[in-house]
Ligand binder design. Structure first.
Ligand code: PHE
Length: 339
Protein backbone atom coordinates (compact mmCIF):
# COMPACT_ATOMS: atom_id res chain seq x y z
CA UNK A 1 0.00 0.00 0.00
CA UNK A 2 2.91 2.36 0.67
CA UNK A 3 3.94 2.00 -2.95
CA UNK A 4 0.47 2.91 -4.11
CA UNK A 5 0.47 6.07 -1.99
CA UNK A 6 3.92 7.05 -3.32
CA UNK A 7 2.64 6.49 -6.84
CA UNK A 8 -0.26 8.91 -6.17
CA UNK A 9 2.10 11.51 -4.70
CA UNK A 10 4.14 11.45 -7.91
CA UNK A 11 1.01 11.77 -10.03
CA UNK A 12 -0.21 14.70 -7.99
CA UNK A 13 3.17 16.43 -8.25
CA UNK A 14 3.30 16.18 -12.02
CA UNK A 15 -0.34 17.04 -12.65
CA UNK A 16 -1.12 20.17 -14.69
CA UNK A 17 -4.41 21.47 -16.09
CA UNK A 18 -5.36 24.22 -18.48
CA UNK A 19 -8.93 24.75 -17.37
CA UNK A 20 -10.96 25.14 -14.20
CA UNK A 21 -13.03 22.08 -15.26
CA UNK A 22 -9.98 19.84 -15.37
CA UNK A 23 -8.87 21.02 -11.93
CA UNK A 24 -12.33 20.29 -10.58
CA UNK A 25 -12.34 16.82 -12.16
CA UNK A 26 -8.97 16.16 -10.51
CA UNK A 27 -10.22 17.41 -7.15
CA UNK A 28 -13.29 15.15 -7.23
CA UNK A 29 -11.16 12.17 -8.28
CA UNK A 30 -8.98 12.52 -5.21
CA UNK A 31 -10.89 14.50 -2.64
CA UNK A 32 -14.54 13.73 -3.52
CA UNK A 33 -16.79 11.75 -1.22
CA UNK A 34 -16.02 8.55 -3.13
CA UNK A 35 -12.58 9.76 -4.08
CA UNK A 36 -9.18 8.14 -3.90
CA UNK A 37 -8.31 9.62 -0.54
CA UNK A 38 -11.47 8.29 1.16
CA UNK A 39 -10.67 4.81 -0.23
CA UNK A 40 -7.10 4.99 1.04
CA UNK A 41 -8.23 6.09 4.49
CA UNK A 42 -10.68 3.15 4.50
CA UNK A 43 -7.87 0.75 3.69
CA UNK A 44 -5.77 2.43 6.40
CA UNK A 45 -8.15 1.03 9.01
CA UNK A 46 -7.06 -2.50 8.12
CA UNK A 47 -3.36 -1.80 8.53
CA UNK A 48 -1.67 -3.44 11.57
CA UNK A 49 -1.24 -1.02 14.47
CA UNK A 50 2.59 -0.95 14.42
CA UNK A 51 2.58 0.24 10.75
CA UNK A 52 -0.13 2.86 11.22
CA UNK A 53 2.29 5.68 12.05
CA UNK A 54 4.30 5.30 8.86
CA UNK A 55 1.17 4.91 6.67
CA UNK A 56 -0.60 7.78 8.39
CA UNK A 57 2.29 10.16 7.67
CA UNK A 58 2.34 9.17 3.97
CA UNK A 59 -1.40 9.62 3.63
CA UNK A 60 -1.21 13.06 5.21
CA UNK A 61 1.61 13.97 2.84
CA UNK A 62 -0.60 12.99 -0.13
CA UNK A 63 -3.51 15.00 1.26
CA UNK A 64 -1.35 18.12 1.79
CA UNK A 65 0.19 17.83 -1.68
CA UNK A 66 -3.31 17.58 -3.16
CA UNK A 67 -4.68 20.73 -1.51
CA UNK A 68 -1.48 22.62 -2.27
CA UNK A 69 -1.62 21.59 -5.92
CA UNK A 70 -5.27 22.46 -6.39
CA UNK A 71 -4.83 25.89 -4.79
CA UNK A 72 -1.80 26.60 -6.95
CA UNK A 73 -3.55 25.61 -10.17
CA UNK A 74 -6.62 27.69 -9.31
CA UNK A 75 -4.48 30.73 -8.50
CA UNK A 76 -2.67 30.33 -11.85
CA UNK A 77 -6.02 30.31 -13.65
CA UNK A 78 -7.36 33.47 -12.09
CA UNK A 79 -4.15 35.48 -12.61
CA UNK A 80 -3.91 34.34 -16.23
CA UNK A 81 -0.65 32.47 -15.77
CA UNK A 82 0.16 29.02 -17.09
CA UNK A 83 -1.13 26.66 -14.42
CA UNK A 84 2.06 24.96 -13.48
CA UNK A 85 4.06 24.63 -10.31
CA UNK A 86 7.17 25.34 -12.41
CA UNK A 87 6.31 29.03 -12.79
CA UNK A 88 9.32 31.14 -11.90
CA UNK A 89 7.84 34.37 -10.67
CA UNK A 90 11.27 35.97 -10.35
CA UNK A 91 12.00 35.69 -14.07
CA UNK A 92 12.52 39.13 -15.70
CA UNK A 93 9.62 40.21 -17.92
CA UNK A 94 10.05 40.25 -21.67
CA UNK A 95 11.07 43.73 -22.80
CA UNK A 96 8.41 45.58 -24.75
CA UNK A 97 9.79 47.92 -27.38
CA UNK A 98 8.16 51.29 -26.99
CA UNK A 99 8.05 53.63 -29.97
CA UNK A 100 9.28 57.19 -29.93
CA UNK A 101 7.74 60.20 -31.57
CA UNK A 102 9.41 61.28 -34.81
CA UNK A 103 11.52 64.43 -34.29
CA UNK A 104 9.56 66.21 -37.04
CA UNK A 105 6.30 65.49 -35.20
CA UNK A 106 7.74 66.76 -31.93
CA UNK A 107 8.83 70.04 -33.51
CA UNK A 108 5.64 70.42 -35.58
CA UNK A 109 3.55 70.03 -32.42
CA UNK A 110 5.70 72.58 -30.63
CA UNK A 111 5.35 75.13 -33.46
CA UNK A 112 1.57 74.64 -33.59
CA UNK A 113 1.30 74.95 -29.85
CA UNK A 114 3.20 78.25 -29.79
CA UNK A 115 1.04 79.81 -32.52
CA UNK A 116 -2.16 78.42 -30.95
CA UNK A 117 -1.31 80.43 -27.85
CA UNK A 118 -1.60 83.66 -29.84
CA UNK A 119 -4.87 82.76 -31.48
CA UNK A 120 -3.92 80.81 -34.62
CA UNK A 121 -6.29 78.02 -35.71
CA UNK A 122 -4.85 74.92 -37.42
CA UNK A 123 -5.97 74.26 -41.02
CA UNK A 124 -5.09 71.38 -43.33
CA UNK A 125 -5.64 70.64 -47.00
CA UNK A 126 -4.90 68.12 -49.78
CA UNK A 127 -1.37 67.21 -50.92
CA UNK A 128 -2.56 66.80 -54.52
CA UNK A 129 -3.61 70.24 -55.69
CA UNK A 130 -4.64 72.16 -58.79
CA UNK A 131 -2.87 75.11 -60.37
CA UNK A 132 -5.30 77.63 -58.88
CA UNK A 133 -4.59 76.82 -55.21
CA UNK A 134 -0.82 76.39 -55.55
CA UNK A 135 -0.01 79.17 -58.03
CA UNK A 136 -2.70 81.32 -59.67
CA UNK A 137 -4.60 82.40 -56.55
CA UNK A 138 -1.22 83.29 -55.05
CA UNK A 139 -0.29 85.70 -57.82
CA UNK A 140 2.32 83.51 -59.52
CA UNK A 141 2.83 84.82 -63.07
CA UNK A 142 2.29 82.37 -65.95
CA UNK A 143 6.02 82.06 -66.67
CA UNK A 144 7.13 81.54 -63.05
CA UNK A 145 9.82 78.79 -62.80
CA UNK A 146 7.90 76.90 -60.07
CA UNK A 147 5.31 76.06 -62.74
CA UNK A 148 8.04 74.24 -64.57
CA UNK A 149 8.24 70.43 -64.72
CA UNK A 150 11.83 70.72 -63.49
CA UNK A 151 10.71 72.30 -60.22
CA UNK A 152 7.38 70.72 -59.33
CA UNK A 153 5.91 67.22 -59.59
CA UNK A 154 3.00 67.36 -62.01
CA UNK A 155 0.50 64.51 -62.08
CA UNK A 156 -1.37 65.95 -65.03
CA UNK A 157 -0.95 68.84 -67.44
CA UNK A 158 -3.86 71.00 -68.68
CA UNK A 159 -5.60 71.20 -66.41
CA UNK A 160 -2.55 71.18 -64.18
CA UNK A 161 -2.68 68.85 -61.18
CA UNK A 162 0.43 68.60 -59.03
CA UNK A 163 1.84 67.70 -55.63
CA UNK A 164 1.68 70.93 -53.65
CA UNK A 165 4.99 72.79 -53.44
CA UNK A 166 3.98 74.73 -50.33
CA UNK A 167 1.14 74.77 -47.83
CA UNK A 168 0.17 78.30 -48.93
CA UNK A 169 -2.43 76.38 -50.97
CA UNK A 170 -4.23 75.56 -47.72
CA UNK A 171 -4.46 79.26 -46.93
CA UNK A 172 -6.19 79.87 -50.26
CA UNK A 173 -8.70 77.21 -49.25
CA UNK A 174 -9.25 78.96 -45.90
CA UNK A 175 -9.77 82.34 -47.62
CA UNK A 176 -12.37 80.74 -49.91
CA UNK A 177 -14.44 79.60 -46.97
CA UNK A 178 -13.84 82.20 -44.32
CA UNK A 179 -14.12 85.98 -44.17
CA UNK A 180 -11.61 88.08 -42.18
CA UNK A 181 -10.51 88.15 -39.47
CA UNK A 182 -8.48 85.07 -40.43
CA UNK A 183 -5.67 83.75 -38.28
CA UNK A 184 -4.59 80.32 -39.41
CA UNK A 185 -1.60 78.04 -39.36
CA UNK A 186 -1.17 75.24 -41.93
CA UNK A 187 1.18 72.33 -41.31
CA UNK A 188 1.80 69.68 -43.94
CA UNK A 189 4.00 67.76 -46.35
CA UNK A 190 5.18 69.47 -49.54
CA UNK A 191 7.04 68.26 -52.63
CA UNK A 192 9.66 69.84 -54.89
CA UNK A 193 11.63 68.37 -57.74
CA UNK A 194 15.03 68.79 -56.07
CA UNK A 195 18.16 66.67 -56.11
CA UNK A 196 18.41 64.90 -52.74
CA UNK A 197 21.41 65.99 -50.64
CA UNK A 198 22.32 66.61 -47.00
CA UNK A 199 20.55 69.99 -47.22
CA UNK A 200 17.64 69.39 -49.60
CA UNK A 201 15.00 66.72 -50.21
CA UNK A 202 12.22 66.22 -52.74
CA UNK A 203 9.73 66.10 -49.90
CA UNK A 204 9.69 68.03 -46.66
CA UNK A 205 7.27 69.61 -44.19
CA UNK A 206 6.15 73.18 -43.74
CA UNK A 207 4.16 75.29 -41.37
CA UNK A 208 2.73 78.41 -42.96
CA UNK A 209 0.82 81.17 -41.19
CA UNK A 210 -1.70 83.75 -42.39
CA UNK A 211 -3.25 86.65 -40.51
CA UNK A 212 -5.77 88.95 -42.20
CA UNK A 213 -7.73 91.69 -40.47
CA UNK A 214 -8.15 95.46 -40.51
CA UNK A 215 -4.89 97.29 -39.77
CA UNK A 216 -2.54 94.31 -39.74
CA UNK A 217 0.93 95.77 -40.20
CA UNK A 218 4.53 94.69 -40.71
CA UNK A 219 5.11 95.51 -37.03
CA UNK A 220 2.57 92.79 -36.10
CA UNK A 221 4.43 90.33 -38.28
CA UNK A 222 7.78 91.17 -36.73
CA UNK A 223 6.50 91.02 -33.18
CA UNK A 224 4.63 87.72 -33.64
CA UNK A 225 7.64 86.10 -35.28
CA UNK A 226 9.92 87.35 -32.52
CA UNK A 227 7.52 85.81 -29.97
CA UNK A 228 7.58 82.50 -31.86
CA UNK A 229 11.36 82.39 -32.17
CA UNK A 230 11.95 83.19 -28.50
CA UNK A 231 9.46 80.54 -27.39
CA UNK A 232 11.06 78.00 -29.70
CA UNK A 233 14.75 78.75 -29.30
CA UNK A 234 14.99 80.71 -26.04
CA UNK A 235 14.47 84.25 -24.83
CA UNK A 236 17.94 85.44 -25.85
CA UNK A 237 17.34 84.66 -29.55
CA UNK A 238 17.51 87.65 -31.91
CA UNK A 239 15.83 88.02 -35.30
CA UNK A 240 16.92 89.81 -38.48
CA UNK A 241 14.78 90.52 -41.55
CA UNK A 242 16.23 90.83 -45.03
CA UNK A 243 14.32 91.98 -48.13
CA UNK A 244 13.29 89.17 -50.47
CA UNK A 245 10.70 88.35 -53.09
CA UNK A 246 7.64 86.08 -53.21
CA UNK A 247 4.80 86.53 -55.74
CA UNK A 248 2.16 86.48 -52.97
CA UNK A 249 3.67 89.01 -50.54
CA UNK A 250 4.72 92.63 -50.90
CA UNK A 251 6.98 93.62 -49.28
CA UNK A 252 8.60 90.22 -48.71
CA UNK A 253 11.34 89.24 -46.34
CA UNK A 254 13.49 86.40 -45.19
CA UNK A 255 14.00 86.01 -41.49
CA UNK A 256 17.23 84.93 -39.83
CA UNK A 257 17.78 84.04 -36.19
CA UNK A 258 20.99 84.45 -34.23
CA UNK A 259 22.97 81.19 -34.43
CA UNK A 260 22.31 79.04 -31.36
CA UNK A 261 25.21 76.72 -32.02
CA UNK A 262 28.06 79.19 -31.78
CA UNK A 263 26.31 82.00 -29.91
CA UNK A 264 26.64 84.12 -33.11
CA UNK A 265 30.42 83.83 -33.06
CA UNK A 266 30.47 82.07 -36.43
CA UNK A 267 30.47 78.35 -37.24
CA UNK A 268 29.85 75.90 -40.06
CA UNK A 269 26.05 75.90 -39.58
CA UNK A 270 25.73 79.71 -39.86
CA UNK A 271 28.47 79.81 -42.51
CA UNK A 272 30.46 82.08 -40.18
CA UNK A 273 27.86 84.87 -40.32
CA UNK A 274 26.32 84.39 -36.86
CA UNK A 275 22.83 84.18 -38.48
CA UNK A 276 20.73 81.33 -39.89
CA UNK A 277 17.76 81.74 -42.20
CA UNK A 278 14.59 80.05 -40.96
CA UNK A 279 11.62 81.40 -42.93
CA UNK A 280 10.08 83.53 -45.66
CA UNK A 281 7.46 86.14 -44.82
CA UNK A 282 5.78 89.35 -45.89
CA UNK A 283 2.58 91.37 -46.21
CA UNK A 284 -0.07 89.59 -48.29
CA UNK A 285 -0.10 91.08 -51.81
CA UNK A 286 -3.41 92.96 -52.41
CA UNK A 287 -3.83 90.89 -55.60
CA UNK A 288 -4.02 87.73 -53.52
CA UNK A 289 -6.71 89.26 -51.31
CA UNK A 290 -8.71 90.34 -54.37
CA UNK A 291 -8.33 86.93 -56.07
CA UNK A 292 -9.91 85.47 -52.96
CA UNK A 293 -12.73 88.07 -52.78
CA UNK A 294 -11.33 89.93 -49.81
CA UNK A 295 -11.56 93.73 -50.00
CA UNK A 296 -7.94 94.90 -50.14
CA UNK A 297 -8.92 98.51 -49.35
CA UNK A 298 -10.33 97.38 -46.01
CA UNK A 299 -8.10 94.47 -45.03
CA UNK A 300 -4.39 93.81 -44.86
CA UNK A 301 -2.55 90.70 -43.80
CA UNK A 302 0.75 89.05 -43.22
CA UNK A 303 1.99 85.56 -44.12
CA UNK A 304 5.01 83.46 -43.31
CA UNK A 305 6.25 79.96 -44.05
CA UNK A 306 8.98 77.76 -42.61
CA UNK A 307 10.38 74.27 -43.16
CA UNK A 308 9.92 71.99 -40.15
CA UNK A 309 13.06 70.03 -41.11
CA UNK A 310 15.17 73.17 -40.92
CA UNK A 311 13.84 74.15 -37.49
CA UNK A 312 14.36 70.59 -36.25
CA UNK A 313 17.91 70.45 -37.60
CA UNK A 314 18.76 73.66 -35.78
CA UNK A 315 17.07 72.61 -32.57
CA UNK A 316 18.68 69.17 -32.39
CA UNK A 317 21.88 69.93 -34.32
CA UNK A 318 21.17 67.42 -37.09
CA UNK A 319 23.40 67.93 -40.10
CA UNK A 320 21.71 65.76 -42.75
CA UNK A 321 18.06 66.13 -43.82
CA UNK A 322 18.01 62.57 -45.23
CA UNK A 323 18.11 61.13 -41.70
CA UNK A 324 14.46 62.15 -41.24
CA UNK A 325 13.28 59.82 -43.98
CA UNK A 326 15.47 56.76 -43.47
CA UNK A 327 13.57 55.46 -40.42
CA UNK A 328 16.71 54.17 -38.76
CA UNK A 329 15.61 53.38 -35.19
CA UNK A 330 19.06 54.30 -33.85
CA UNK A 331 18.37 57.85 -35.02
CA UNK A 332 14.67 57.96 -34.12
CA UNK A 333 15.18 56.61 -30.59
CA UNK A 334 17.18 59.66 -29.59
CA UNK A 335 14.13 61.89 -29.30
CA UNK A 336 11.15 62.08 -26.97
CA UNK A 337 9.44 58.85 -25.99
CA UNK A 338 5.73 58.53 -26.75
CA UNK A 339 5.00 57.62 -23.15
N1 PHE B 1 5.42 79.72 -49.45
C1 PHE B 1 6.79 80.10 -49.25
C2 PHE B 1 7.69 78.90 -49.54
O1 PHE B 1 7.19 77.82 -49.66
C3 PHE B 1 7.05 80.60 -47.87
C4 PHE B 1 6.36 81.88 -47.59
C5 PHE B 1 5.09 81.87 -47.05
C6 PHE B 1 6.96 83.08 -47.88
C7 PHE B 1 4.45 83.06 -46.79
C8 PHE B 1 6.33 84.26 -47.61
C9 PHE B 1 5.08 84.25 -47.07
O2 PHE B 1 8.88 79.02 -49.62
Amino acid sequence: MLDIINEHIKKVESFTADSIDKIEEFRIKYLGRKGMLVQLFDEFKTIPAEQKREYGQKLNELKNKLTEKINLLKAGMTSGQTPSSDIDLTMPAETVTIGTRHPLSIVRNEILEIFSRIGFIISEGPEIEDDWHVFSALNFPKEHPARDMQDSFFIQKEPDILLRTHTSSVQVRVMEKQKPPIRTISPGRVYRNEAISARAHCLFHQVEGLYIDENVSFADLKQDLLYFVQEMFGKDTKIRLRPSFFPFTEPSGEMDISCKLCGSKGCKICKHTGWVEIMGCGMVDPNVLEFNNIDSTKYTGYAFGMGIERITMLKYQIDDIRLFFENDVRFLQQFESCW
